[in-house]
Design a protein around this ligand. Structure first.
Ligand SMILES: C[S@@+](CC[C@H](N)C(=O)[O-])C[C@H]1O[C@@H](n2cnc3c(N)ncnc32)[C@H](O)[C@@H]1O
Length: 291
């Protein structure tokens, strides 16, 4: 059960600024169950890097916007007096709340709302994070809202992780066969990238500094958290990774989901003896805008 969750509203909010695409509530439908297992973690240095950059001292409040299953909110919870994890997907928040309970973390409140509904009476924050989530939002609208929610001296942080491309033969197991996996997804879902009920013809945007400038922020300070860690991954992990993405979310396959999963497992089994893969964490970039 969620310790605390407000109801998502169906009231009028801004749409999406992505041309030809409209946000809808099925964007990550069904992904929550696969997310934690499937996604590569942010590097272990994330907490220390943010603590140093923002002089975190256990005081103040964090708002993690588009928090998913609590990926960043739970890692940063010990660095703040209180945390709000906000996400539009109720299932993500159910997973986040369960993970918080398992870890005995009681300082996080989970709020089911679209970011476009901010400030939503949530109060003031020392830090607002967007980890792999800002690009899904009506960015200028949301950036203006969170700017008004920051304490004096507060900061907005965009967190972007990557996967490294290790030179061939340097990892203990083969990397997942990305091109073949993508071809399989396309065979089931069509050639265009799916997202919710629509298709994303032009991908997602990445010009955040310009967006933030338009709502009154200066240029961002960039902090790089080094990756490099190599993780062994099972077939179950890679299947979970595929089903954790909006572009191959379980609901998109409908009744063909079992057939897709069986083909994916066969493909992965043929690609690696013993069904073991390796992936290397890339660097994670923190873009920090101070008020
Ligand atoms: C790729 S996941 C990132 C989750 C987590 N922050 C992380 O780094 O692992 C993106 C999350 O943003 C949420 N999201 C997408 N659009 C949103 C919106 N407009 N308002 C609130 N949450 C949104 C999704 O439901 C999803 O949980």
């Amino acid at each position: 059960m969620l310790r605390s969750m407000e109801d998502a509203t169906n009231g009028a909010v801004a749409g999406s600024s992505l041309p030809g695409w409209q946000w809808d509530a099925t964007l990550f439908q069904g992904c929550a169950a696969y997310y934690e297992r499937g996604r590569l973690p942010y590097p272990p240095g994330l907490e220390a890097a943010l603590t140093a950059a923002l002089a975190l001292d256990g005081r103040g409040r964090l708002l993690d916007t588009g928090c998913g299953p609590g990926t960043v909110a739970l890692r940063l919870a010990p660095r703040f007096a209180a945390v709000v994890g906000l996400d539009a997907d109720r299932d993500m928040l159910e997973v986040a709340a369960a993970r918080a309970a398992e870890r005995g973390i009681a300082s996080v409140t989970w709020v089911c709302r679209r970011a476009e509904e901010l400030p939503a009476g949530l109060g003031r924050f020392r830090v607002v994070t967007f980890a792999a989530s800002f690009h899904w939002m009506e960015r200028e609208w949301v950036a203006a809202a969170v700017r008004g929610m920051l304490e004096p001296g507060g900061a907005v942080v965009q967190i972007s992780g990557t996967e490294a491309t290790a030179p061939p033969g340097t990892l203990p197991y083969p990397p997942p066969p990305a091109a073949a996996m993508q071809a399989l997804v396309r065979r089931y879902l069509g050639p265009e990238r799916r997202a919710g009920q629509g298709v994303l013809r032009h991908g997602t945007p990445d010009d955040e500094p310009a967006v933030m400038a338009r709502v009154g922020f200066g240029p961002p300070e960039i902090v790089t958290v080094s990756g490099g860690q190599v993780l062994a991954r099972s077939i179950d992990d890679i299947v979970a990774a595929v089903l954790s993405h909006s572009s191959s979310a379980p609901h998109l396959f409908g009744s063909r989901l079992p057939a897709f999963e069986a083909e994916l497992r066969a493909l992965l089994g043929a690609a690696a003896a013993g069904g073991r893969f390796a992936q290397q964490l890339g660097d994670t970039e923190l873009r920090i805008w101070r008020r």
